[in-house]
Design a protein around this ligand. Structure first.
Ligand SMILES: CCc1ccc([C@H](C)CC(=O)N[C@@H]2O[C@H](CO)[C@@H](O)[C@H](O)[C@H]2O)cc1
Length: 818
């Protein structure tokens, strides 16, 4: 019996009904007639999980027996989105489940809406991780996604008088049917204490005597491949106290103290840090990073490798991909395990470590590069600091050998920074330790080589490579835009879902008026769907006759939501002042989606301004039917899936040289929106592929930005020089959007006039000119639709499957296990 294969329930409506009722009755403990929607949803999720379980167990067995090389993706964030539909799609169960539930008198749509998306990420980096693990499963590449099972994900955003107010994201409250705990595989994670050396048969060794420890309990989520019967694992760690409850203290009556250890321990995986570019350097954040990385590395060695595996061959079995600097403490951790626990010599351990790690950098903002004060790191992880010091020592020796005693270079390249305080530069540690270092778009990777990590690229030219980001077409076309998916499948067959370059086949159809007709109808239908969703969700209407001009991404000054605001105010001012006839303005609805890090004051003010401009514009009869601003709160993956398919214009307007890649830009192009954008991040590659005629380019290039910055940038000069700009800024300063109270948005305007680090004013004129080109183009709907079809046809490159192929070829060398 032990060898009996796990049998999936029969993939039939009857089989599904049987499994569903079994789960409802025996897992949820209710009868169908007694059950409420949440019971039914949890039973449905459990049933889908049962169908995937057999595949998962088979896969694990296959990978173990084949001793295949595994990609361990170490990420502090996974922005997964809702699971139900993706799992149904992957397992070809959508129709079966829909019919089975209908047989039980249940409308699956009602249950679908109950699912709370796991918001275990902030933005681009977290969502990219989710797209990547979907692609690896679909490509049958052995992969374990390791991360943290935060009890509270990214905050829920509400607006109070137009201002962002954060609510805790209690996503687990109604149960989490998609993951299941494995306490038997818990790892003990230690902190604090000191180190001591001891003699081990003539060899001096070091051991760490920690102060305290917590348990890391893994929760597995299944990551199903699309239509290939494969299931990989997402393994998220939860912190619990080693001794949850101190009976002695309890019996002494100090009940609170008796459970303190538990609450203290649980804090580690309590909540996601809501910053997405400015590290706060908080100790708990470092605890989180070490907690999940230590658990993951030891879990892989203990549970995936055979017990007696020869660790000198570790690079044959695993590559740990570092998703930005957040998991880099994993480098000294692997060294500690190999040397202190496995008794390996330093040089052997270092040689292995350098082959087992690779580092992806996701940013260009110097302030986003994490540095940890040596005091904090030394107190929390004394042994790791020792190891980092020795890594740095040996590295600087190598620098000296290579470049001589060049003190400036040595100080610039040292993993240990001296100013403003002695700290460990995690990006440098990752670069020195990683077998490969990559950026996430061609321009980004070039800027890493030329600027951010220039000295390292000079020393290790072969280490630096690029892998342009991608998105999964399963979620962001098949699931988010079923009517477009249907149209494409009808035209090209279904193969495009796992081979997105096949979209090229649509190029010819762009010439076909009938196909254009149908493509336009899909866009119109998605606008109507968005209208229903936003009316039900927030009580606002979307006018499907309007151009939908969409800007959805985290709120950050470098992304320049303020440039979009100035465009809206310029249009509004034109009509309101009578300078422009309303009839001459293309009817537009501006849709924003954006969360600001709670501590990012300027970002929160800009959110307030967008809502304030919106309420004035939306209630001014002079622009009624011409201009409308919609800002649904709590932008997340689920809302993105409804907004992106309805968009006509995709706003990708960051200052050139600041957005590492962007991935929203790719989702919009693949859903038939045209892009207005700068030559920044992956916009450059989108424009190169879709063609200049199908992209509204504006603004300075990165070198031009550097030149203007070097020669001294005076934003007020642009204010003086441009009447439209002056009018828009003056209108905001006048209090027109704040009931006459000039003080409310004064900081936003003066920041632009006297600082403007991201050159909003410098790019304003070019942006407005580009928007006029958009208006002209949109007037010819047929030509616009043709251009939209060409955007879809030529964007197959931006599949995360292609990104995975590039990682496999250039960094991982982990062929699919078929
Ligand atoms: C510690 C604070 C912190 C948290 C998150 C981050 C992330 C790296 C920020 C991020 O999400 N970067 C985005 O990553 C995307 C995926 O590669 C890119 O497409 C975006 O351009 C980049 O901003 C930096 C610093």
């Amino acid at each position: 019996l032990a060898l009996a294969p796990v049998v999936s329930p029969p993939s039939s409506v009857d089989g599904f009904v049987k499994q569903f009722l079994t789960n409802l009755n025996f897992d949820q403990g209710v009868s169908l007639s007694e059950s409420d929607a949440n019971d039914q949803y949890l039973a449905l999720a459990g049933t889908v999980r049962d169908y995937l379980m057999a595949r998962w167990l088979e896969d694990q067995a296959r990978q173990n027996e084949q001793q295949s090389k595994t990609v361990c993706y170490l990420s502090a964030e996974y922005l997964l989105g809702r699971q139900l539909d993706n799992n149904l799609l992957a397992a070809r169960l959508t129709d079966i489940a829909t019919d089975a539930l209908a047989q039980c008198g249940i409308d699956i749509n009602d249950l679908r809406e109950l699912e709370v998306e796991p918001g275990l990420g902030n933005g681009g980096l977290g969502r990219l991780a989710a797209c990547f693990i979907d692609s690896l499963a679909t490509m049958s590449v052995p992969n374990i996604g390791y991360g943290i099972r935060y009890e509270y994900g990214i905050f829920r955003q509400t607006f109070v008088d137009g201002e962002q107010v954060e609510q805790p994201d209690a996503w687990l409250r109604m149960g989490s049917p998609w993951d299941f705990p494995h306490p038997e595989a818990a790892q003990t994670i230690s902190f604090g204490g000191r180190t001591e050396t001891y003699d081990d048969n003539g060899t001096e060794r070091t051991r760490w005597i920690p102060d305290w420890s917590v348990l890391a309990v893994p929760y597995n989520m299944m990551v199903p491949g699309y239509h290939n019967g494969r299931v990989n694992t997402l393994r998220l760690w939860r912190a619990v106290a080693t001794n949850a409850f101190d009976l002695r203290i309890f019996n002494s009556g100090d009940y609170e103290e008796s459970v303190r250890a538990q609450t203290f321990a649980e804090n580690i995986s309590k909540v996601l840090y809501p910053e997405d570019s400015t590290p706060q350097g908080k100790e708990l954040r470092l605890q989180q990073q070490y907690f999940f990385v230590s658990a993951s590395i030891r879990d892989f060695i203990d549970t995936v490798l055979p017990a007696d595996y020869d660790l000198t061959k570790l690079p044959d079995r695993v590559i740990f991909q570092l998703n930005d600097t957040h998991p880099v403490i994993g480098v000294p951790e692997l060294m500690r395990v190999l040397i202190d626990e496995k008794g390996m010599e330093w040089d052997d351990a270092w040689a292995i470590t350098q082959q087992c790690f690779a580092y992806t950098c996701h940013t260009l903002l110097p302030e986003a590069l994490e540095v940890w004060p040596v005091d904090l790191l030394g107190r929390l992880l004394p042994r790791h600091l020792e190891i980092i010091y020795r890594i740095n020592e040996e590295f600087l020796e190598e620098v000296r050998e290579r470049f001589g005693d060049d003190m400036l270079r040595i100080r610039n390249m040292s993993i240990i920074g001296e100013h403003p305080y002695r700290s460990v530069r995690m990006a440098y540690l990752a670069t020195v330790a990683g077998a490969k270092v990559n950026g996430v778009a061609e321009l980004h990777s070039q800027l890493l080589r030329d600027k951010v990590l220039h000295d390292f690229a000079e020393m290790y030219p072969d280490k630096f490579t690029n892998v342009t980001n991608g998105i999964t077409p399963r979620r962001f076309i098949r699931l988010a835009n079923p009517s477009l998916a249907e149209l494409i499948t009808e035209a090209l067959g279904a193969g495009w879902t796992i081979d997105l370059e096949r979209l090229r086949g649509l190029e010819a159809l762009a010439e076909d008026p009938e196909f254009r007709e149908r493509f336009g109808a899909v866009k119109a239908a998605n606008k109507r769907r968005l209208n229903e969703v936003l009316f039900q969700r927030d009580g606002v209407h979307v006018d499907e006759t309007h151009m939908l001009d969409v800007m959805v991404k985290r709120l950050h000054e470098y992304k320049r939501q303020m440039l979009k605001v100035l465009h809206i105010v310029t249009l509004y001012d034109g009509i309101a002042s009578g300078r422009v006839a309303a009839a001459d303005v293309t009817p537009r609805t501006f849709i924003f989606g954006a969360k600001a890090a709670p501590g990012y004051a300027m970002a929160k003010r800009i959110i307030h301004l967008i809502n304030a401009v919106g309420s004035v514009v939306n209630n001014d009869p002079r622009v009624e039917g011409r201009l409308k601003v919609i800002f649904p709160p709590n932008y997340n993956v689920t809302l993105a899936e409804k907004v992106i398919p309805a968009a006509d214009l995709s706003e990708q307007i960051s200052l050139a040289g600041k957005e590492a890649s962007g991935t929203g830009n790719m989702k919009f192009a693949l859903n038939g929106a045209l892009t207005i954008g700068t030559d920044d991040g992956a916009n450059v590659e989108i424009r190169q592929l879709v063609g200049d005629d199908n992209f509204f380019l504006f603004g300075m290039t990165e070198p031009e930005v550097e030149v203007l910055w070097a020669q001294g940038y005076t934003p007020a000069d642009f204010y003086q020089a441009h009447a439209g700009l002056r009018g828009a800024l003056d209108l905001i300063s006048s209090g027109a959007f704040s009931e006459g109270d000039r003080s409310v948005f004064e900081p936003v305007v003066s920041n632009l006039l006297y600082d403007d680090r991201f050159m909003v004013l410098a790019d304003y004129a070019s942006y407005i000119a580009a928007q006029e080109r958009v208006d002209a183009a949109y007037a010819d709907q047929d030509a616009w639709t043709k251009s939209a079809i060409l955007n879809v046809a030529r964007s197959g490159f931006f599949s995360s499957d292609r990104s995975m192929r590039d990682y496999i070829d250039r960094i991982w060398h982990t062929p699919p296990v078929l």
